[in-house]
Write a protein that binds this ligand. Sequence first.
Ligand code: KG4
Ligand code: ZN
Length: 365
Amino acid sequence: MVQTLTILGLESSCDDTAAAVVQKTGESKVEILSSVVHGQTELHSAFGGVVPEIAARAHAEKLDLCVVQALDAAGLSLRDMDAIAVTAGPGLIGGVMSGVMCAKGLSAATGLPLIGVNHLAGHALTPRLTDGIAFPYLMLLVSGGHCQYLIAQGPEQFTRLGGTIDDAPGEAFDKTARLLGLKQPGGPSVETEARSGDPKRFRFPRPLLDRPGCDLSFSGLKTALMRTRDQIVAEKGGLTRQDRADLCAGFQLAIVDTLAEKTRRAIALYLEQEPDDPVIAVAGGVAANSAIRSALESVCSHIGVRFTAPPLGLCTDNAAMIAFAGMERFEAGARDGLDLMARPRWPLDQDSPAMLGGGKKGAKA
Ligand code: KG4
Ligand code: ZN
């Protein structure tokens, strides 16, 4: 008889409440039967960032509904599940706790096994869900809360080559949008403005390019942008549309150049492992940026490494990636008990030194 494995996943580590059902039949590709995401952008928009207390409350209110919707959309019930996977960290602790408590309740009521998942592993394993990519592959996670280069060697084995020492790029995009009076989330707004801007008019710093390695830093870039903005305002009394577009274009190009060079270095380190079929995957909300995407694609085609990026809905926070990462852990024999802890910090690579900073979207560890 062909064995079917069906997992319910829950995600609530930042500002998206999500539930999903994924299924694997025999050796076939894993299928996403449903994926429900309730974003909280509107709840936080007046505050210029995610308010942890508001986020946690909203997760607690919405998780049940998400689970019902995900099961309905999959046409299944809790009885059809083999396990419940839940993000157990890293992230905003109130939100992570909401998800973990909900999953524990479902597990206690149904007797289904509970699997705690590292949110970053969810992102990092997504290329296996979408494209069946084999280990080891190189992963660049770029979002509002994360920025790191990882070599994925197994479902729970990751080597971090480098990451941000302060802001994540998405955070830098969001802050830039705020400084220029553009709407949140900042990434898409800045990208749209940048299209009509001259990227050469303002030259912003390319942080840490002068230092070896794959670490990144983006907080100085935002400060440089603020100074330039203030200078223009002091000279001309305000910003014109063109000023704003040129600032966005210059800022975006600095990020593009930095990520392109650091990616070149990360690929060189990855290739030292002599993978049979070298692949670099990129995920996270910032991977939606077409200038960044095409720069990374061109770096990869130059070096001769395959480039892949999950579809956007699976790049940003979702529960299908958590259900899938849970499935990988489940198949490897992992089970968690009702003593599963919610963790604000949880580095994927336990051997690598802790990174600095928490950021508006929680721990980046
Ligand atoms: O992965 P994500 O949904 O959430 C986490 O941070 O985990 O990423 C959201 C981030 C936001 O900071 C948003 O501004 C950024 O991704 N983003 C973009 C673009 N679309 C979203 N940044 C640059 N260009 C974009 N087109
Ligand atoms: Zn995330």
